[in-house]
Design a protein around this ligand. Structure first.
Ligand code: F6P
Length: 570
């Protein structure tokens, strides 16, 4: 970046902090960025007529969904949306047609429409970090784009994707060798959060599309036992480490990588292994990767306008592309693009991400349900709940508005979950008969060529039965109050024709856009994550022996002393 541009960006940051709402953040001097003046997206949802009416409904209405389903013959059809090979049925939710209309009015009176336009147009809607939010460009086609500056960006993205293709093909074909000439059989992706979860999710979900080697392993936690256990199984001569980190500053990732680099020295006497063909870095901060010792020719880049938890589609997807092959990786991009187009063009009442977002707002802000469960009836979607925890909670777990005001309504609830049928034998008791209400997203593939037809039939029957049991309930029989199921417990059902790369791409993009809609209505910036900084810096202080323990609370400093007193290896 030229010195001029740096100065320019610093000036802009200064102005942003002084005038967070009024300053025009679009800057024509930065290569080809949008010249449009950014609209003020501040919004007070609780001041709208729709919000007020929704409050009264929530206070006064008792909705019986089974009655609604019985009496309203069009309910299922009207409360269903199809996008490609994904179908959402949201008819089992605690809403009447009036409530649904008011939820639609809420989104229509919010700045969502303009905000969405601004995101796709590349305005700097991530205001606290002064960044564009353009992960959708990673899966866009030239024909989707009218803005010249975006064409330039797509060219860059396509060069980066070509590099991913080149590297991954060489690795898969055995043409990429370690220092002793051996082909790679095992790839260890070292990354955390957005540089890990999407890859794990997709690699497991798409295991059907992998080949026996190279195998992909994932290391995220700084817990050295996890790294040791993985490396212990591997042959250093045939191992490639992929260091995936947008910033290349993340403590866990760098420590794990350094330990892995030392492992090569112990195993095969290779010093500075991070410079060898045993290491590839994926990052938006090439300088840091070079300073860490990675060979500049082994660095795959992506752009700073790709948020960490939205980065699966960028070069961060490299380990996945090795695992499933570049063509399948591109299919995933196409599937995500399918959802982008649906999100951009479908009317509000038939827009899948909008529907998921509004229903969740209804439960979070009006019904005061605190949590939301993600239950995939597909073992291969095991990582979906964890992935969505980061996507939703890191994006929308905020209490300050885009304009810097403390907000007085709830934002993102707690996302949790597990695959069915396992969950049925663990926590479903609470879903059916507990004292809290937990809306559920049931997700399943209609066809599964990896499963046995008999098993798949049982799996899907269980899912449908659970959704129905939750909503229908069961009256108590005489002398058996414990057999009472109150029912009226809401759920969405998302059916996917088959778990292909394309459909997985659509599914992930669906939730990405749900997060966006909610952020628009809640008037928060869904694209920063300042809440993770304090803990990081305090952990650093504890590591720094010169730092006074007195800056910690007495409970923590006592625990710290206790650990030091009792630890056996110093
Ligand atoms: O936990 C904070 C966070 O910044 C996430 O948003 C991100 O996905 C993760 O850390 C990893 O960051 P990086 O890719 O820069 O190592």
């Amino acid at each position: 970046m030229s010195a001029c541009k740096k100065v320019d960006q610093i000036t802009r940051k200064f102005w942003f902090f002084c005038f967070p709402l009024s300053f025009d953040l679009a800057d024509s001097s930065l290569e080809g960025e949008s010249n449009e003046i950014m609209t003020n997206f501040e919004f007070k949802p609780q001041k709208t007529a729709a919000w007020k009416r929704l409050k009264t409904y929530a206070d006064a209405t008792t909705i019986n969904v089974v009655d609604e389903l019985t009496n309203d013959k069009e309910r299922v059809e009207d409360f269903s949306i199809q996008c490609g090979q994904l179908k959402l049925d949201f008819s089992k939710n605690l809403i009447t047609r009036e409530i649904w209309q008011d939820l639609l009015e809420l989104v229509s009176t919010s700045p969502f429409d303009k905000h969405r336009e601004a995101m796709f147009a590349g305005q700097r809607i991530n205001t606290s970090e002064d960044r564009q939010v353009l992960h959708t460009l990673l899966r866009a086609k030239m024909k989707d784009i009218s803005d010249q500056s975006h064409k330039h960006k797509i060219n860059r993205v396509s060069t980066q994707l070509n590099m991913v293709e080149l590297f991954s093909k060489r690795i898969r074909s055995g043409g990429w060798t370690g220092v002793n000439g051996e082909a790679i059989t095992d790839v260890v992706n070292i990354g955390i959060g957005g540089s890990d979860l999407g890859l794990r999710l997709a690699y497991e979900a798409l295991v059907e599309y992998t080949q026996p080697v190279p195998r992909i392993h994932f290391i995220s936690n700084v817990d050295g036992a996890a790294l040791n256990a993985t490396l212990a199984k591997l042959d250093a001569d045939r191992t490639l480490i992929v260091v995936a980190s947008k910033t290349f500053t993340t403590q866990e990732t760098l420590l794990n990588s350094t330990t892995a680099a030392n492992w090569f020295e112990q195993e095969i006497g290779l010093r500075n292994s991070q410079y060898s063909t045993h290491f590839v870095a994926v990052t938006a901060n090439k300088e840091n990767a070079i300073a860490y010792g990675i060979n500049p020719n082994h660095i795959l880049e992506f752009e700073e306008w790709v948020g960490g938890r939205f980065s699966l589609w960028s070069s961060i997807g490299f380990s996945l592309a090795i695992g499933i092959g570049i063509d399948n990786f591109k299919q995933m991009l196409d599937g995500a693009r399918r959802m982008d187009l649906h999100f951009k063009t479908s009317p509000m009442n038939k827009n899948m991400p909008v529907a998921l977002a509004l229903l969740n707002i209804w439960y979070c802000n009006f019904m005061e349900f605190q949590t939301h469960a993600i239950i995939p009836y597909c073992e291969r979607l095991n990582y979906l709940p964890s992935y969505l925890q980061q996507l939703e909670m890191e994006s929308n777990g905020k209490s300050v508005s885009r304009g810097g005001e403390t907000i007085d309504y709830k934002t993102c609830g707690i996302i949790w979950g597990q695959t069915g049928t396992n969950g049925q034998h663990a926590f479903f008791q609470l879903l059916h008969q507990g004292t809290v209400c937990v809306p559920v997203d049931f997700i399943a593939a209609i066809n599964d060529s990896m499963s046995h037809p008999k098993h798949h039939k049982v799996l899907l029957s269980n899912m449908l039965a659970q959704g129905s049991a939750l909503i229908k309930g069961q009256a108590s029989t005489e002398n058996a109050p414990h057999r009472y199921y109150p029912g009226n417990k809401p759920s969405n059902t998302i059916l996917i024709d088959q778990l292909t790369p394309y459909n997985l791409g659509s599914l992930i993009a669906l939730y990405e856009h749900k997060v966006f809609v909610q952020g628009s209505i809640w008037s928060i910036n869904s694209f920063d994550q300042w809440g993770v900084e304090l803990g990081k810096s305090m952990a650093q202080k504890l590591l720094d022996s010169k730092e006074s323990r007195s800056s910690f609370d007495v409970s923590t400093s006592t625990l710290f002393d206790h650990i030091n007193d009792r630890k056996t290896n110093h």
